[in-house]
Design a binder for this molecule. Structure first.
Ligand code: LLP
Length: 433
């Protein structure tokens, strides 16, 4: 589908629902996702890969770190996707959303024994092993439980993805994966160990890739490794090529999935491997927004400072990565309305709680609602309750319908989790003498 968030009669809509209706029902701040947009992105992704890789077995495991809403996962699961999980918590959430375990891959650098056990018991598709000690641990747990773990070795190909340093994962100095030069030795070790069956290789070089060249470099290296392992007599049947494809945050033109798929076909299409993909952002990023109400507007040195009721505890990306999110006022501003260089900031007591500085925006007034666009990926999942702020609700829209898929957390929810030890009075006594 094209952009799910459009103005109709001057009012911002999410598919066929006025965002103002959602805000009236649920309040602000609120995350809003479009089911149609997510389904559309998934189908585009899948169709482009299928077209470029005829005859290849293709699996798409949604990187649920981008959006872990049960409703979103349930939607993607129904469309045929699996999940890439990075913790026991994500595994449990994926299973709760109805994801079949045989469509789950387990990535992440620090799988604990308890997490490995849970994945073995669930019968997941494969573990993506990030280090030699982790391989030993998976083998030990599988042996103890009388199971065999299918493992793919996640290699670090030492490729610079040309993305923000905090989300690049494929350079030598990054903590991810097994040095590609060590991979044959680690594969031999996996063959020798009981409990694990090496089935393939995995790679993920970073997130928000705006160019397909780094993919080509990584996949060429991976294909060479497949050939080298096969020359040693090993059977390499699966490649997990990770995720990372960029979306447009401010009107950029990120690579089409077809361009990416062409690189896959060119580098790995003739290996006869089953191919797995782990897209996150691309499937959900542009399918979500965060609506927030303006609390106050004060005069800054160069223009208005617009203070909204969402903070960095909701949308962390601007504070963490200097990320850009487009602003969509709920009422469409007339083209002739003058734009003022505006700062938009949240309520949290940190200067980092600044969404943008000097952005040309139409005049905004207290009680107006604006939305931050492209907030469907790494938005709600990265929220915290910092400054005593309950987690904001999530809403899923499909056509003219919407549903609250996670209600707003309450202060009572937060306080109910707290425990005060019965010796506190004594401790206070000691403190004050
Ligand atoms: N597979 C693995 C092993 C990953 O580590 C990631 C993302 C993905 C797949 C999905 O990547 P994607 O297709 O979404 O780019 N919080 C950051 C992004 C962190 C990405 C972490 N790993 C942000 O807000 O930009």
């Amino acid at each position: 589908m094209t952009d799910p968030f459009t103005y109709r009669g001057g009012a911002l809509h999410a598919e066929d629902v006025p965002v103002a209706d959602i805000v009236a029902a649920v309040g602000t701040p609120v995350w809003i996702y479009s089911a149609g947009a997510i389904a559309g992105e998934y189908r585009t992704y899948r169709a482009a890969l299928a077209a470029a890789l005829p005859g290849c077995e293709i699996g798409i495991c949604f990187a649920m770190k981008a959006n872990a809403s049960l409703a979103v996962l349930g939607l993607l699961g129904r469309l045929g996707a699996g999940a890439d999980v990075v913790s026991g918590g994500e595994l449990a959430i994926a299973l709760a959303a109805g994801m079949p375990p045989e469509r789950v891959v387990f990535s992440g650098v620090a799988k604990t024994a308890a997490e490995i056990d849970a994945a073995l018991e669930a019968g997941i598709h494969q573990f993506n092993v990030e280090s030699e000690p982790e391989l030993e641990a998976i083998a030990a747990r599988a042996t103890a439980l009388g199971r065999r773990a299918r493992v793919a070795l996640r290699v670090n190909p030492d490729v610079d993805a040309h993305t923000h340093a905090k989300i690049a994962t494929g350079r030598k100095q990054d903590k991810f994966g097994i040095d590609i030069a060590r991979a044959p030795a680690v594969w031999r070790r996996a063959v020798a160990l009981g409990g694990v069956e090496p089935v393939g290789l995995a790679v993920h070089i970073g997130s928000m890739l705006t160019d397909v060249a780094p993919y080509r470099a990584a996949f060429v290296a991976l294909a060479e490794l497949v050939r080298a392992l096969r020359a040693e007599g090993h059977s390499v049947g699966r490649l997990d090529l990770g995720g990372g494809l960029a979306i447009a945050y401010r009107g950029e033109a990120p690579p089409a999935v077809a361009d990416y798929a062409a690189v896959v076909a060119e580098t790995a299409g003739d290996l006869g491997c089953a191919l797995l993909f782990e897209p996150g952002r691309r499937l959900v990023g542009n399918a979500g927004l965060l609506a927030t109400r303006i609390v106050y507007v004060k005069d800054g040195t160069d223009g208005p400072i617009v203070i909204v009721d969402a903070g960095m505890n909701e949308l962390l990306r601007p504070a963490l990565y200097d990320a850009w999110h487009e602003v969509l006022p709920l009422r469409e501003p007339a083209a002739a309305t003058p734009r003022l260089p505006s700062d938009v900031v949240g309520p949290v007591c940190e200067s980092a709680d600044t969404f943008m500085r000097g952005r040309p925006l139409p005049p905004l007034a207290p009680a107006d609602v604006i939305a931050f666009a492209s907030a469907g990926a790494y938005g709600a999942v990265m929220s915290s309750t910092y400054n005593g702020r309950p987690l904001a609700p999530e809403v899923l829209v499909a056509g003219a319908r919407f549903a609250v898929v996670r209600p707003r957390q309450t202060i009572e929810d937060l306080v109910a989790r707290e425990r005060v030890p019965d010796w506190l009075a004594d401790a206070a006594g000691q403190e004050t003498g």
